[in-house]
Design a protein around this ligand. Structure first.
Ligand SMILES: Cc1ncc(COP(=O)(O)O)c(C=O)c1O
Length: 393
């Protein structure tokens, strides 16, 4: 069986050995030095000024929406566009926090939202924010999408949980908007078992994210920020200052274990991404050039494609269903991410009243005719040949 995920970490035994030693020697396992160091290292890697580490990609999505509401940038009831083909917890925080979630269809060519569809959506819905998912390491034209958002005063946030390392027109995906979110769950580009982050260049937003991450208090802010917020709220006594809660928050903190693992795995990230890119190109050469079976997914417009799974969009549902049967006990496969979110029960329950007329969408086609298998750095040449053989017929 070729599994979706082969291991918890890259260089697993070495990483586990280091982790055991770390646990034995450290005095602190709650949020501390390792987490702060990983924030510094990861923001350096992604070329962003601020990184706020949290305990999952889903928490990162929840935190950014809460922070934007706390700052008054978003207001309850505002319309927020999201990629119709994404993960559930990209959309759920919008609904949970009282926003109206508006699906924006994706393109069959790239599996991602294209600027023209953003234009069309804006004619019907006055969006305040666009939560763009960079699905499976691909993208359409995020530079143009960013331009539309700028021109229309729409906040652009990227859910980059599936595209760490992808580069478009010389710029890393995740760096096109005000902020971006990342997941470090097992099987993603970089694993800390569970983990996530929000990255931004905006210091104000990062400070609010730190308040949101931990109970609404100011303990993880810089001294200057602490002084300023304490002065504003006239909190003069040290006795109360550590227990003053300034705005709405959660507890989304990661542990030192995640920080430590992040620092180790980050050293391997380029190697991991290169291996996956090589696997991807080899598979794409054989499988995306088979027009009888599949719609090719466009990736040549990217400078670097970094993904953890290989998607196939079949020309018909029959082909897809036959492949599903063929893969049983041979290759672990699954639907494309969370599928067309508008068909999911939670979306129908809470956003069903809004009519989006989505039966003709490309997201629906990809949902009904797509599948993916894992593209992990430990795939062997033999396994790649097996995959090519299975999916070529
Ligand atoms: C696009 C996207 N957003 C958010 C998430 C949530 O990340 P996590 O599993 O770390 O909560 C995922 C998870 O796979 C995802 O694919």
């Amino acid at each position: 069986m070729i599994k979706l995920i082969k291991s918890t970490f890259f260089k697993e035994s070495e990483t586990k050995k280091n982790l055991t030693e770390f646990i034995n020697r450290t005095k602190q396992l709650s949020f501390g030095r390792e987490c702060v160091l990983f924030e510094k290292n990861f923001s350096g890697y992604q070329e962003r000024k601020q990184c706020v580490l949290v305990n999952s990609g889903s928490s990162a999505n929840l935190a950014i929406i809460m922070a934007l509401i706390n700052l008054g940038i978003l207001k309850r009831g505002d319309m927020v566009g999201f990629s119709a083909l994404t993960w559930s917890t990209n959309v759920m925080p919008l609904i949970q926090l009282g926003l109206t979630a508006v699906p924006v269809d994706v393109s069959l060519q790239t599996l991602n939202v294209h600027s023209e569809t953003v234009h069309k959506t804006l004619k019907r819905y006055p969006l305040k924010m666009l939560f763009l998912t960079n699905l499976l390491g691909f993208c359409s034209d995020p530079d143009k999408i960013a331009e539309i958002c700028r021109d229309n005063k729409i906040i652009l946030i990227e859910d980059n949980c599936e595209a760490l390392g992808s580069i478009y027109k010389g710029k890393k995906l995740g760096n096109f908007g005000l902020a971006s979110t990342f997941s470090f769950y097992v099987g993603h580009h970089l694993s800390t078992v569970e983990g996530g982050a929000v990255l931004t260049d905006n210091y104000n937003l990062a400070s609010m994210l730190r308040i949101v991450r931990a109970h609404g208090w100011d303990r993880n802010l810089s001294l200057a920020r602490q002084n300023s917020i304490r002065n504003r709220f006239k909190v003069n006594s040290t006795f109360y200052s550590r227990y003053t809660f300034y705005d709405l928050g959660f507890n989304l903190r990661p542990t030192e274990i995640a920080g430590f693992l992040g620092n180790i795995q980050l050293k391997y990230l380029d190697e991991i991404n290169q291996k996956r890119r090589d696997n991807f190109k080899r598979l794409a050469e054989y499988l995306y050039t088979n027009p009888k079976l599949y719609y090719p997914v466009k990736y040549n417009h990217l400078d670097f494609i970094s993904n953890f799974a290989f998607p196939l969009i079949c020309k018909s549902r029959e082909i897809r269903d036959k492949l599903v049967a063929k893969c049983e006990k041979k290759v672990e496969i699954r639907p494309i991410v969370g599928g067309d979110i508008t068909t999911q029960p939670f979306f129908r329950k809470y956003m069903g009243k809004i009519s989006f007329n989505y039966s003709q969408s490309q997201a629906r086609l990809i949902h009904e005719q797509g599948l993916y298998f894992g593209n992990n750095p430990e795939l062997t040449g033999k396994e790649i040949n097996t995959l090519i053989k299975i999916f070529s017929k």
